[in-house]
Design a protein. Structure first.
Length: 403
C-alpha cells in the first residue's frame, strides 16, 4: 500500500507539488512564528533580569507587599549569614545587596520624588548587561559620592553628567538627612515607569544618607535563567522557619506577565489562522486530486478491492504527503530561522518599555515537532472526507468517470 501511495503521488507531479507547497509553507510559518515568539519571551525576561530585578530576591517577610510604603521597617540586618546561605546554593553565581529608600532629588531649582537604591556598583555592572548608559558612565566601587539617574529623572530635572544634585531622605531613625552627589550617568532600563523615578547611589553613600548599614534585599544572579524555580524552591527550604521570603523575577514583575499574556493571545490567533489556512489549502488540493481519480478507484473496486482497501489507500497517500511536506517545511523553516537570526530583526520597545532589541528566530525542537505534527495531521484529516466518500461510492457510478 505504501509503495502504491508513493507511485500515485509522483504520478501526478503538479497536484502533488501544490499540496506539498501548502503543507511546507504552513509548517515553515509555524516554526518561524513560534521561534520568534519564544525569542520575544526570552529577550523580555532577560532584559527584566539583567536591567533591574536579578533572578531572585530575598528579603524580610512582608517587604515585597508593604516595603515600598515604609522600607525602613523591613531592613535585613543579618545579611551576611543570608548571603552565605545563598552563595552556597548550586547555580547561584553572585549575590548583591541593595538598600532601598524614597525621597527627593534636587538640582537647586526644582525637586523630584524618587525611588532610590544603594547598590554595590561593580557587582551591579556585572549583572546589568541590559541596562543602557545613555549619557556619562556607570557607577563603580570608587564612586562613593556619585549618582546614576533614570532617563525620566534626567529629563524632568534637565540633568546631565557633571551636574551637582542633593538627595533628601528620612533616616531609619526618622530624621531628615541629605547628601550632595555628582551625576555620573543617565541610565535606561526596560521599564519607562521605573526610569521616571529611579536613582542609584553607592552603598556607602546610602549608609551616610540613611544612617544604617542594613540591607533591603539580597539579589541573586544565577548561572542559568532556567534554574530560577529550582533554586528558589531550594532557598525557601533553606530559609524555612526564618522571617524571610524568596521571590523570583517573574513574581516581582507583574508587567512581564501581562505583556506575555498579551503577546501569547496575539500569536495564538496568528497560529490558529495559519493552521486553518494550511488545512483548507491541503483539503482543497487533496479533494481535487482524489475526485480526478474517481474512475481509478471504481476500477479497484471492480477488480475485487474492498471499500476499506480504497479508504486505506487514500489515507496512506495523505499520510505520505503529510510526512514529506512536513519534512520539507521543517527544512525550510529552520533555514529561514537561521538566516533571519544571522541578520537580526530590529524590534521597537514592548508596551510601556524603553528598550528596543534585535530579535532572532529560535529553533526550538518542541516547536519544530509540533509544526511537523500539525502539517502531517492536516494532510491526514484532509484525506478522510474524500476517502470516506469514494470508498462508499457505488462501483457503477465510479466507473462512469472512466467513460
Amino acid at each position: 500500500m505504501l509503495r502504491f501511495a508513493l507511485r500515485n503521488l509522483f504520478r501526478q507531479g503538479l497536484r502533488t507539488s501544490l499540496t506539498l507547497a501548502a503543507i511546507a509553507f504552513g509548517v515553515a510559518a509555524l516554526i518561524v512564528s513560534g521561534g520568534f515568539f519564544r525569542d520575544l519571551l526570552i529577550q523580555l525576561g532577560e532584559a527584566t533580569i539583567h536591567s533591574q530585578t536579578g533572578h531572585l530576591q530575598v528579603a524580610k517577610r512582608g517587604y515585597f507587599t508593604s516595603g515600598a510604603a515604609a522600607p525602613e521597617r523591613y531592613r535585613f540586618p543579618d545579611q551576611q549569614h543570608a548571603r552565605a546561605i545563598m552563595l552556597a546554593q548550586p547555580g547561584v553565581r553572585d549575590v548583591l545587596a541593595r538598600v532601598r529608600f524614597s525621597g527627593l532629588i534636587s538640582n537647586g531649582r526644582a525637586d523630584w520624588p524618587i525611588i532610590g537604591e544603594g547598590i554595590e556598583p561593580d557587582k551591579e555592572t556585572r549583572l546589568g548587561t541590559y541596562l543602557q548608559i545613555v549619557a556619562g558612565r556607570a557607577l563603580d566601587d570608587r564612586s562613593r559620592f556619585g549618582v546614576m539617574v533614570g532617563e525620566g529623572v534626567a529629563d524632568a530635572l534637565k540633568l546631565r553628567p557633571g551636574d551637582h544634585v542633593t538627595l533628601l531622605a528620612n533616616t531609619d531613625q526618622g530624621a531628615l538627612n541629605s547628601v550632595d552627589l555628582d551625576v555620573l550617568g543617565v541610565f535606561r532600563t526596560y521599564s519607562r515607569d521605573y526610569d521616571a523615578r529611579a536613582v542609584r547611589i553607592s552603598f556607602e553613600a546610602a549608609k551616610d544618607l540613611l544612617g544604617t548599614d542594613a540591607t533591603s534585599v539580597l539579589v541573586a544572579s544565577l548561572d542559568r535563567t532556567e534554574d530560577t524555580d529550582s533554586v528558589a524552591t531550594a532557598l525557601r527550604s533553606r530559609f524555612a522557619g526564618r522571617p524571610v521570603e524568596v521571590k523570583t523575577w517573574v513574581e516581582l514583575n507583574d508587567f512581564y506577565e501581562k505583556t506575555v499574556d498579551l503577546y501569547r493571545q496575539q500569536f495564538g490567533i496568528l497560529q490558529a489562522i495559519m493552521l486553518v489556512m494550511v488545512l483548507l489549502g491541503v483539503a482543497n488540493s487533496v479533494n481535487m486530486s482524489m475526485f480526478e481519480r474517481v474512475g481509478e478507484f471504481g476500477t479497484m473496486r471492480a477488480l475485487g478491492n474492498r471499500s476499506r482497501h480504497v479508504f486505506g489507500q487514500i489515507v496512506v497517500e495523505g499520510a505520505v504527503l503529510g510526512a514529506i511536506g512536513a519534512a520539507l517545511g521543517a527544512g525550510i523553516g529552520i533555514g529561514v530561522a537561521l538566516a533571519l537570526s544571522a541578520i537580526g530583526i530590529p524590534m521597537p520597545p514592548p508596551p510601556n518599555a524603553n528598550l528596543g532589541y534585535v530579535a532572532t528566530i529560535r529553533v526550538v525542537p518542541r516547536i519544530v515537532g509540533e509544526a511537523c505534527l500539525a502539517g502531517f495531521a492536516a494532510a491526514v484529516i484532509a484525506s478522510l472526507v474524500p476517502a470516506r466518500r469514494l470508498s462508499r461510492m457505488p462501483v457503477v457510478e465510479a466507473l462512469r468517470a472512466n467513460v
